[in-house]
Design a protein around this ligand. Structure first.
Ligand code: SF4
Ligand code: SF4
Length: 438
C-alpha cells in the first residue's frame, strides 16, 4: 500500500480545495511581477532580496527579520487558535505528499478505498516517472525563489544552464522526490521542529483533533458494547502518521482531519451522530464547556502580531531610498604616497533603493588637516534597485603628524538632484597601521 488509506468527507473536500489554492500560490509566486519587480526573489549573488515590491539589501536585514517575526507570530496566533492547522492544511510537506499519494492511487488502479491485490510493474514504473516529473516541476519552482524563472527556463530549454544552477535544481528535485514519495510524514514525526514546540503554544481551548472518550467508550462491535466506537479501526487506517487518535492527543498528529472524515462516515452508516472524532477543543471534547475562541493567549499573540505589523509599516515608511556602506581596505590600511601624503583606501558600497536610475555624489567631511577625497567616478550613476562598489582614497597632507591625522572622517552620500538628502557614515582615518575604529 502506498501512503495511508484514502478517505472522503467534508474536511477532505475542503482540504483538496485548499491544497489546489496553495499549490497555485507556491508555484505561482516566482512568476509574479509587480511593476516589473519580482514578488519574491532571494537574489543571493546580487545580494538583494525582493519581497512584495521591496528590495532589501544586506545592510537592511532588519526588514527580513521583521518579515520572519511576522510569519512566526502568525504561526503562534493560528496555532493557539486552531492547533496544527498549518501542518495538516498548509505545509508543503503535507500538501505535496498528498499529491504523490493521489498520483500513486490513480496510476495503480485503486478501487475506491481499496488497493489492488497485485500491481503491474508498468504501473509502478509510471508512478515513479510521474513522481519524478512533479518533483522536477516543484524543484524548478523552489529554485525560482532564488533565480528568476524567466531567466532559468530559457536557459534550460537552450541547454545553457550554468552548472551551479543545474546542480541546485537537481538537488531540489531529488529531495522533493525522496521526501514526498518515501519519507512522507516520517518527516513530521521525527524531524519537524515545529511539532516539538507547538505544544507550548496551545492550551486546553485550542482546536485539536480529539476522540470523545465519554461517548465512544467502552468500545466494541455494534450491539456488544455501550460506547459509540465500534472499533472498526478506520480512523487508524486513514492516518498518514499511523497513530490511533483514541489514545489521546499525540505529538505525531498533524491535524489533517482524515480520521474525522473516516469516523463521521462510520457514524452516518450506523445512523449515529457525527463528531465522535472531532475538530474541537479538549475542554469541549471532555464536555466541560463549549469552544472558546477569544482567550488571553490568543489575544496576546494577536496584539503582538498587530504591534509587529505596525512597527514594520512605520520602519518601512522611514526607509532611506539610498544606502552607503564603508569599509577600510585591509590590504592597504594606511600608506604613504611618493609625495609624502598619508593615504587610506576605502571600499564604498552605494545602494540605489529607488525604482529609477539615480546619480549620487560622495563628499568627505572632516575636521583637522585638509583631507582630500580621491574617487575614480564621482558622481556615480546607479541603475534602479542596484548597488555599485567603488574604491576611493582619502589623503592627508604630507606634513601631517600621525597624531593629528588620527581623526574621525565622514563620508556623505547625497543624490545629485536632492543634495539636502544625506546619508552619513563615519570612519576613522588611520595614520599608520592602527586598528580600524568603525
Ligand atoms: S473510526 Fe470511529 S468508530 Fe471506527 S474505530 Fe475509529 S473512532 Fe471507533
Ligand atoms: S490522528 Fe487524525 S488528524 Fe491526526 S494525523 Fe492521524 S488522521 Fe490526521
Amino acid at each position: 500500500m502506498i501512503h495511508a488509506r484514502p478517505v472522503s468527507g467534508r474536511y477532505r473536500r475542503l482540504r483538496l480545495g485548499a491544497n489546489a489554492i496553495l499549490i497555485g500560490i507556491l508555484l505561482g509566486i516566482p512568476w509574479v511581477r509587480i511593476g516589473g519587480e519580482p514578488l519574491v526573489l532571494l537574489d543571493i549573488p546580487a545580494r538583494q532580496f525582493h519581497i512584495a515590491g521591496l528590495v532589501i539589501f544586506p545592510q537592511e536585514l532588519i526588514y527580513l527579520w521583521m518579515i520572519l517575526a511576522l510569519l512566526a507570530l502568525s504561526l503562534f496566533f493560528f496555532t493557539a487558535l486552531a492547533g496544527r492547522l498549518w501542518c495538516g492544511w498548509a505545509c508543503p510537506q503535507t500538501v505535496f505528499t498528498d499529491v504523490f499519494a493521489i498520483i500513486g492511487r490513480f496510476v495503480q488502479g485503486w478501487k475506491g478505498h481499496r488497493a489492488p491485490r497485485k500491481i503491474a510493474a508498468w504501473r509502478v514504473a509510471l508512478t515513479h516517472v510521474l513522481w519524478i516529473a512533479v518533483s522536477v516541476v516543484v524543484g524548478f519552482h523552489l529554485v525560482g525563489y532564488f533565480v528568476s524563472p524567466y531567466e532559468l527556463l530559457p536557459q534550460l530549454l537552450a541547454g545553457e544552464t550554468p552548472p551551479t544552477r543545474l546542480g541546485f535544481l537537481t538537488v531540489m528535485a531529488t529531495l522533493s522526490y525522496l521526501d514526498f514519495g518515501f519519507v512522507k510524514q516520517t518527516f513530521c514525526r521525527t524531524l519537524c521542529p515545529y511539532a516539538r514546540f507547538q505544544g507550548v503554544l496551545m492550551d486546553a481551548d485550542s482546536l485539536v483533533i480529539g476522540y470523545d472518550t465519554k461517548r465512544g467508550e467502552p468500545r466494541g462491535k455494534k450491539g456488544r458494547a455501550e460506547g459509540d466506537c465500534v472499533d472498526c479501526g478506520l480512523c487508524v487506517q486513514v492516518c498518514p502518521t499511523g497513530i490511533d487518535i483514541r489514545d489521546g492527543l499525540q505529538l505525531e498528529c498533524i491535524a489533517c482531519t482524515q480520521c474525522v472524515d473516516a469516523c463521521d462516515g462510520v457514524m452516518e452508516r450506523l445512523g449515529r451522530k457525527r463528531g465522535l472524532v472531532d475538530y474541537r477543543s479538549l475542554v469541549s471534547l471532555e464536555g466541560r464547556r463549549p469552544v472558546e475562541y477569544l482567550r488571553p493567549r490568543v489575544l496576546a499573540y494577536g496584539v503582538l502580531l498587530l504591534l509587529t505589523a505596525g512597527a514594520f509599516v512605520v520602519t518601512l515608511s522611514q526607509r532611506e531610498p539610498m544606502g552607503l556602506h564603508v569599509a577600510h581596505n585591509r590590504d592597504a590600511l594606511s600608506t604613504r604616497a611618493a609625495d609624502g601624503r598619508l593615504g587610506n583606501a576605502f571600499t564604498l558600497r552605494i545602494e540605489n533603493r529607488a525604482r529609477s536610475e539615480r546619480r549620487f555624489s560622495i563628499a568627505l567631511e572632516a575636521e583637522g588637516p585638509p583631507f582630500e577625497l580621491v574617487a575614480g567616478v564621482n558622481p556615480v550613476t546607479i541603475d534602479a534597485t542596484s548597488a555599485v562598489e567603488s574604491r576611493v582614497f582619502v589623503l592627508a597632507p604630507p606634513d601631517t603628524a600621525p597624531a593629528e591625522a588620527l581623526r574621525e572622517i565622514a563620508f556623505v552620500l547625497s543624490p545629485v538632484d536632492a543634495p539636502d538628502h544625506r546619508v552619513v557614515r563615519r570612519m576613522r582615518f588611520l595614520p599608520g597601521g592602527a586598528s580600524i575604529v568603525p
